[in-house]
Design a binder for this molecule. Structure first.
Ligand code: SME
Length: 152
């Protein structure tokens, strides 16, 4: 399976010069959640200034109290320091995990690099067990490369 058919609309959303960056990211999160049934919560976290922590940016899905996540904590905080994609097929198997909702079964986090620096990430929660494949990673890497192009 591939999500290549979603790429033109993603490009259109991100190139909308009428909207601010945050508005485009919100529209992007919304489009991904509407288009892919196993995406239940889609959002961006960004490094909070010079602090060793992430701050929640635009997102769609249930509100979360985890608006600040220290580096190293949870799946998101681990990606902030590892610089690697993190695919979690079963969140109950993770020791270092921050639960946002009892409905979440799986999670994927893909880092966002601007000029080679890990400045944030896209985070997706799923209520479907073990739903993510290489196609999700490929799509979200494409998305983040496009987003990075707006922030460089
Ligand atoms: N589960 C994440 C926290 C963020 S929420 O999923 C929105 C984690 O373990 O880092």
């Amino acid at each position: 399976m591939s999500f290549d058919h979603l790429k033109p609309e993603i490009t259109t959303i991100l190139h909308n010069n009428e909207a601010t960056l945050n508005e485009r990211l919100y529209a992007l999160c919304n489009f991904l959640r509407e288009s892919i049934p196993h995406y239940d919560w889609v959002g961006y976290y960004f490094r909070n200034g010079d602090k060793e922590e992430l701050k929640l940016g635009p997102y769609v899905g249930a509100p979360t109290e985890h608006t600040i996540i220290p580096f190293g904590k949870g799946i998101c905080g681990q990606v902030a320091v590892s610089n690697e994609n993190f695919v979690v097929p079963d969140v109950t198997a993770q020791d270092n995990y921050i639960a946002c909702s009892i409905h979440v079964k799986a999670e994927i986090v893909i880092p966002l690099f601007v000029n080679g620096e890990n400045i944030g990430q896209i985070d997706i929660d799923s209520a479907t067990p073990d739903p993510f494949t290489k196609a999700d990673e490929a799509l979200l890497e494409f998305v983040n490369e496009k987003v990075a192009g707006l922030m460089a």
